[in-house]
Design a protein around this ligand. Structure first.
Ligand code: SF4
Length: 455
């Protein structure tokens, strides 16, 4: 990178990366919990992909039963601290709260969930769940992100010997490495990993399947396999200049920031981020917090088409980020280092069969933005992965095809969940997939068992 933003002081970094919503205190949590109507037919619970019994955990907070509250939450979701911090609650549970219809502020479900789980993690951490006795069967889990963790926790309690294989040196996948620190710190994700480890789950880190260990070896070793590898490679822009110094993938950039050695992360003075999804906004806000003077978002469609949530868009605007909508990158300019990005304006047409609007380039509308860094955030795919070599596994439109009830792939012994089957949704969706896949695996390996789970 040619022009690097000036380094800030440690105090400035700490201030910039401070969390946006501080935790509730004991009193404020009790007050908020007492506002809940404990609706009989809780719409908030239906809106949560993991169907946490929200009214019940809130009532337990109101009565001071914090361990009981945490247990209620864990029963449905094994990564609830991450979800409490990173879920788009405005469009899920809180968006469905009955208070919204009345025109009033919804119950702060996300912050209450955080309060209950942090209270547990800050306690002497008594075992909340009892394990079934060993059934002598073992399961290998590839990937320690939210779906892998959820699957591992559930199977371990069902009496399976579970080993998680993780390519990275620290487990947790996206929760540990891919969520902006203003939403979730790495240390919080690792609390969930440690909790699941306490059930007896083994983690083999620095172990990339297909490189450090072959998939065939795992296949022979385990009675069943769960694949929760997320989405691997970032999609290429396929424009000239993409390989210049100063062009980086958004997830690599966020991963560097997650180390919390902020003064070691280089950021340009002027940064262009390509794409307008959640990852793009995370990259944008981090670039600003690291000291970038000007950050641009370049997105080929309009505000209505963005996959970033409204609150993320508002956050970026409050950081004085400039958005170029209906604009496509055409070329990244520079000799060895990024010096600019040539863009072109587009016209939007009708929606295609995927619900995306076609774009048509407007002739002679090119312009150049002088930038020192380009961050690519245009999605990921699962190409170049060991999955492609397993011929029974079907991949359609970049997603692994599974049975929607059991999460079983075309190979009966292999199950999958999370981003690799849904193309990239929320952490909470991955947590649900992992849990349900564990029951699919239990059904496959223990077909005579009457009831899958009793706690
Ligand atoms: Fe409480 Fe709102 Fe859920 Fe009703 S919908 S149970 S008021 S959080």
């Amino acid at each position: 990178m040619k022009n690097i933003a000036e380094k800030l002081t440690n105090e400035e970094y700490e201030k910039n990366f401070a969390e946006l919503h501080p935790p509730l205190t004991q009193n404020s949590a009790a007050t908020e919990a007492n506002r809940c109507l404990y609706c009989y037919d809780s719409p908030c619970m239906k809106a949560c992909p993991t169907h946490i019994d929200i009214s019940s955990f809130i009532k337990k907070i109101a009565t001071g039963n914090l361990l009981g509250s945490a247990k209620t939450i864990f029963k449905s979701n094994w990564v609830p601290l991450t979800c409490a911090r990173a879920c788009p609650v405005q469009v899920l549970c809180e968006g469905a709260c009955v208070f919204v219809e009345k025109g009033e502020k919804p119950i702060e479900i996300g912050r209450l969930q955080r309060f209950a789980i942090e209270s547990y993690f800050n306690s002497y951490k008594p075992q909340l769940f009892s394990k079934e006795k060993s059934n002598g069967k073992n399961v290998g889990i590839i990937g320690s992100g939210p779906s892998g963790l959820a699957c591992a926790a559930e199977l371990s309690l069902l009496g399976y010997d579970v080993t998680v294989y993780e390519a990275n040196k620290i487990p947790g996948g996206l929760n540990t490495w891919g969520i902006a620190p203003y939403k979730l710190r790495q240390a919080d994700s690792l609390k969930e990993v440690e909790f699941i480890k306490s059930f007896g789950v083994k983690f083999k880190t620095n172990t990339k399947v297909g490189e450090d260990i072959s998939f065939n070896d795992l296949y022979k070793k385990h009675d069943a396999i769960f694949i929760g590898i997320g989405l691997g490679e970032s999609t290429r822009l396929r424009i000239p200049g993409e390989d210049l110094t100063g062009v980086v993938d958004a997830l690599d950039f966020i991963e560097d920031v997650k180390n919390e050695k902020w003064d070691k992360v280089s950021v340009g003075k002027r940064v262009a981020v390509i794409g307008a999804g959640n990852t793009s906004i995370d990259a944008v806000t981090e670039a600003k917090r690291l000291g970038a003077e000007q950050v641009y978002v370049i997105y080929r469609r309009g505000t209505d088409d963005m996959s970033a949530y409204d609150f993320e868009y508002e956050l970026a605007k409050s950081d004085e980020v400039i958005f170029y909508f209906k604009t496509m990158p055409k070329k990244i300019t520079g000799d060895n280092f990024v010096e600019g990005i040539e863009c072109v304006k587009v016209k939007l047409g009708e929606k295609n069969e995927k619900g995306k609007r076609e774009t048509k380039v407007i002739p002679n509308s090119e312009f150049i933005l002088p930038v020192d860094m380009v961050i690519k955030a245009v999605g990921q795919n699962i190409s170049n992965n060991f999955i492609n070599d397993i011929y029974e596994i079907k991949i359609e439109r970049g997603k692994v095809v599974v049975d929607e009830d059991t999460f079983q792939t075309g190979n009966k012994k292999i199950f999958a969940g999370g981003d690799c089957i849904n193309g990239g949704k929320e952490v909470v969706n991955a947590a649900y997939d992992g849990k349900m896949a564990a029951h699919g695996i239990d059904k496959y390996l223990n077909s005579n068992k009457k009831s899958a789970i009793i706690r």
